[in-house]
Design a protein around this ligand. Structure first.
Ligand code: SF4
Ligand code: SF4
Length: 313
């Protein structure tokens, strides 16, 4: 047996042991181990994405496309586009422009095939009182505001999603390495490898990960057929998902859906390694800050005020 094959088998055994261990505990409630559907079980026992050979990956993508096309009654394309060379993605959000309309939230839901029932959202827009001196403490916010019109007087809004940390605590705690950082900086999750323990959710200081407590549901007519294996393909019950900077779009040189959905141009996205990019202009010329900087998570998600704040001296 080659070293490569040995490593593959060992990792499969380790994960199976973990699954078996968890099956005795509360976490097992979320696992489809009792599901009689052979396809679900086969998907659950699939090899880790990073250890798939190109042939295995090709076969899995083809099979996934067939299954999803059948399920949703339309042609679905599932890619695994790799990272581009010399690209490190970064994001910037202009808080002086954001009006709290949540169009980004719903743009993300549609683009990323997030469950409509139960409802899953990867972007949260937090509402703060303008006078609140502790406004950078996310827990001081109101997430469930429902005014007739936005923006409301005396309020301002801070959208939060995965901050794509350079030092991601979520990755460090995952016991089975179901989540990792790609060379272009995007932190991804292998939905077929995740065991649903939710350690990563506990470790993320930004509340940026979501657990699928129920079976995700997306109506056939609303499914986005352009998918990435590590991004917007429909998830499973009992696994964790998160923003991937729209990996299915960004790796093709496109803007994320939330950038396109924002009606006031508050959202900026681009390649941090490109000195001519808009994101680099913002970092070099405006006063930017990051949430919870003291934690040393080193997010690649920056906030700034283009109006009403001094420029960098
Ligand atoms: S924001 Fe949370 S989920 Fe995203 S990389 Fe950082 S720790 Fe991980
Ligand atoms: S829930 Fe999070 S920590 Fe647990 S296996 Fe899934 S990705 Fe890893």
């Amino acid at each position: 047996m080659s070293e490569d094959t040995k490593e593959k088998n060992n990792s499969l055994i380790t994960r199976r042991k973990l699954l078996a261990g968890l099956a005795a505990g509360a976490a097992a409630l979320a696992l489809p181990v009792k599901n009689a559907d052979a396809y679900v079980v086969e998907e659950y026992l699939r090899q880790h994405f990073k250890r798939l050979t190109p042939e295995e990956l090709k076969g899995i993508l083809k099979k996934t496309e067939e299954e999803l096309s059948f399920k949703y009654g339309k042609q679905i394309n599932v890619k695994a586009t790799p990272p581009m060379d010399n690209v490190l993605y970064g994001y910037a959000l202009d808080l002086s422009r954001c009006v709290g309309c949540r169009r980004c939230v719903y743009g993300c839901v549609n683009e990323n095939n997030l469950s409509r029932n139960p409802q899953i959202q990867w972007i949260k827009v937090l509402e703060f009182e303008k006078e609140n001196p502790k406004w950078q403490i996310l827990e001081e916010s109101n997430r469930y505001y429902e005014p007739e019109q936005v923006p409301e007087k005396g309020k301002f809004y801070v959208p939060v999603q995965c901050q794509q940390c350079k030092n991601p605590p979520c990755v460090k705690v995952c016991p089975v390495q179901a989540t990792w950082q790609e060379p272009d900086g995007i932190v991804v999750v292998d939905y077929n490898w995740c065991i649903g323990c939710r350690f990563c959710m506990a470790a993320c200081p930004y509340g940026a990960r979501n657990f699928n407590w129920g079976k995700p549901y997306v109506p056939n007519e609303e499914i986005n057929p352009n998918m990435h294996y590590l991004g917007n393909r429909p998830q499973y019950k009992g696994v964790v998902g998160k923003c991937t900077f729209c990996i299915q779009r960004s790796r093709e040189g496109r803007y994320t859906a939330c950038v396109e959905a924002c009606p006031v141009g508050a959202r900026k996205f681009g390649n941090l390694l490109d000195p001519k990019s808009e994101i680099r202009y913002i970092l070099e010329n405006l006063k930017v800050f990051r949430l919870k900087e003291e934690l040393d998570t080193n997010p690649k998600f920056f906030y700034f005020f283009s109006m009403g704040m001094p420029v960098k001296s």
